[in-house]
Write a new protein. Structure first.
Length: 298
């Protein structure tokens, strides 16, 4: 163990300095995190030009960090760090991956030329509370014959808070990169030897050393975390509003149901009295609105 002072690699500034400026590091991350076979490993990449990177709403710019690239096989990769979670995030990921897939097609091109798009999403909040796994892979697969796959869109979500160092993984680099993303932050003073011993992770650690950032970069770094806090506050307030509205609606539904049941019981009591006095079933039905079967049952 050695002493050091680092910035959190999940922030916009640090994440992009590591994976948006050092091709070999994002290649290492992709190969560690993506469900690629041995002969499908990423070998070289080129970053997307600025105009191709998905445009963001201001709220997204405050809480989403992304790095976009393609490899020598023309496969597209969108890597995102999502600091806050909303139910619409998965759909937005699908939309952006779909746009990247469609953008490959030029008029007159053979569809066989279309290459897969991989969206790798690190999520800093839990969103699948009913499962323990931290790694979630979505793709187009036959619901019965799972060996039948339509290769095109691959969506990977990694719940960082569920990851634990002892979590089993066949990929050593996956564990190391996830330890780097979950254990290194502003409070870090001692770095585990396992991280320092790996050349790529050790290089990433050097990149996020606080001393490597000037005053302007530190202001941008602090602003990012302020914006994340604000976004979380707004999201929590919105969730409370939605929950309050749902409770109000549920209460209104329950009250309406109780009133309807009470009104129905009154009609049944009236039908029971009319039957006792010899009213015809047809007449009782016309007066009370009950069905013949309901009247026969009282």
């Amino acid at each position: 163990m050695i002493m050091g002072k680092y910035l959190d690699p999940r922030a916009d500034l640090t994440f992009k300095k590591i994976f948006g400026e050092h091709k070999h590091l994002v290649i290492s991350l992709l190969n560690a995190m993506l469900p690629l076979k041995e002969d499908e490993q990423v070998e070289s990449i080129e970053y997307w030009p600025a105009e191709k990177v998905p445009d963001r709403m201001q709220a997204e710019k405050d809480s989403i960090v992304d790095v976009c690239c393609k490899d020598n096989k023309k496969r597209e990769f969108i890597v995102e760090m999502q600091m806050t979670w909303t139910d619409s995030f998965k759909k937005r990921v699908l939309l952006n991956a779909s746009k990247a897939y469609v953008a490959q097609s030029k008029k007159g091109d053979d569809y066989e030329l279309l290459q897969p798009v991989y969206a790798l999403n690190f999520v800093n909040e839990n969103f699948m509370d009913d499962v323990d796994d931290y790694y979630h892979y979505f793709h187009l697969v036959h619901d019965k014959y799972t060996n039948q796959v339509i290769d095109g869109l691959h969506l990977i979500f990694v719940e960082l808070k569920k990851f634990k160092p002892q979590t089993f993984s066949e990929k050593k680099m996956q564990v190391l990169w996830l330890r780097f993303l979950t254990e290194i932050n502003d409070e870090t003073r001692e770095v585990p030897a396992e991280l320092l011993e790996n050349a790529e992770v050790s290089e990433a650690l050097e990149i996020v050393e606080r001393a490597a950032f000037d005053d302007g970069e530190m202001r941008a770094y602090d602003k990012f975390w302020d914006n994340v806090s604000i976004q979380k506050t707004l999201d929590n307030a919105r969730k409370r509003e939605i929950e309050a509205a749902k409770r109000k609606a549920d209460k209104a539904i329950a009250e309406a149901k109780a009133e309807a049941e009470e009104a129905k019981e009154k009609m049944l009591n009236a039908a029971r009295k009319m039957k006792a006095k010899g009213y015809a079933v047809e007449d009782i039905a016309e007066i009370t609105g009950l069905t013949a079967e309901e009247i026969e049952g009282v």
